[in-house]
Design a protein around this ligand. Structure first.
Ligand code: NDP
Length: 278
């Protein structure tokens, strides 16, 4: 049996965990897959995708900095990719390029399944209004939280996301509002850090009162050591989780889209974090 060909496009790409994750999924489920990294030139994403299709590629993941270009390239989009304005999963089928976005559902699944924290009926705070925040919007609303507050350094971008969320069929009776850091008050059940501040070892100037002992603080960034945001949240008494689970769950969703089989994610988490996974 020849293996079906997949890859992850990015630049840089050598640090990507995706080949290891998908190889483990394929082994676990007995799928014949060959998943590679694909370093696309910064000005040559579309040509790289075309070449990959020509050599028989069946699908691909897309990471920084090509998620917007992948969105533009796709001839068909899932609802969540359309809402996200970005594509992290491509399907090459019958001469067509189909775009999906599994980042947001990966976040939601990591919170609700792996961390066993319900979002339904809870007060949710989303920090940031960039690509990752936008991608999380529809999957978060689908869980029907009691309220969704979006806070961002540039308030106008949070307002834009709130407008999008309000237009969504999923809003039901969820209260949705945009705030500046200074306007935040009261505690939230779930606080998702979708800013890239952690990449610069910074924490947005959020008041400590947003955290309580029952809050889950979730930093989308992941690292071998605690992120600055999660350290701060812990000092404020909250429970914390970082984005490794989200990364693994977005991969599992892409794998499911391509292969029709849902892999177990716990063994992969345990592979990267032996202590926590045990
Ligand atoms: P974008 O560049 O699209 O957005 C960045 C956001 O962070 C904006 O809202 C920006 O605010 C805000 N921001 C940047 N610097 C600061 C700062 N110093 N203080 C406060 N706010 C700041 O990035 P993405 O949305 O693509 O990525 C955000 C994070 O999510 C990254 O850490 C990324 O690694 C992570 N991520 C994790 C994934 C996973 O699988 N675990 C998947 C995707 C992303 P403003 O609008 O004012 O500029």
């Amino acid at each position: 049996q020849t293996a079906d060909l997949y890859c992850v496009f990015g630049n840089p790409i050598h640090h990507s965990k995706s080949p290891v994750i998908h190889a483990m999924f394929a082994k676990q489920t007995g799928q014949a897959m060959d998943y590679q990294t694909n370093l696309a030139p910064l000005d040559g994403f579309a040509a790289s995708v075309q070449q990959f299709i020509e050599i028989g590629g069946k699908g691909a993941n897309v990471t920084v900095p090509f998620k917007l270009e992948a969105f533009a390239l796709a001839q068909k989009l899932s609802a969540r990719a359309a809402m996200a304005g970005a594509v992290n999963t491509l399907i090459f089928s019958a001469g067509e390029i189909i775009g999906d976005n599994t980042d947001g559902i990966g976040l939601v699944r990591d919170i609700t399944h792996n961390a066993s924290k319900p979002i339904h009926g809870r007060r949710v705070l989303l920090l940031g209004a960039g690509g990752a925040a936008r991608g999380a919007l529809l999957p978060l609303l689908e869980e029907r939280p009691a309220s969704l507050t979006i806070a961002n350094r540039t308030l106008s971008k949070a307002v834009e996301l709130v407008e999008m969320a309000k237009k969504s069929a999923m809003r039901s009776d969820c209260e949705i509002e945009a705030k500046t850091w200074e306007q935040l008050d009261g505690s939230f059940d779930l606080i998702v850090n979708a800013t890239s501040a952690s990449l610069q070892s910074e924490v947005p100037p959020i008041p400590s009162s947003i955290f309580s002992a029952s809050s889950l603080a979730y930093d989308m960034m992941y690292a071998d050591t605690q992120t600055r945001f999660n350290l701060y949240a812990q000092q404020c008494g909250a429970q914390t989780r970082d984005g490794l689970g989200m990364l693994i769950e977005q991969a599992a969703e892409a794998f499911f889209i391509w292969r029709g089989v849902r892999p177990e994610t716990a063994p992969i988490f345990a592979h990267f974090r032996p202590v926590e996974g045990a």
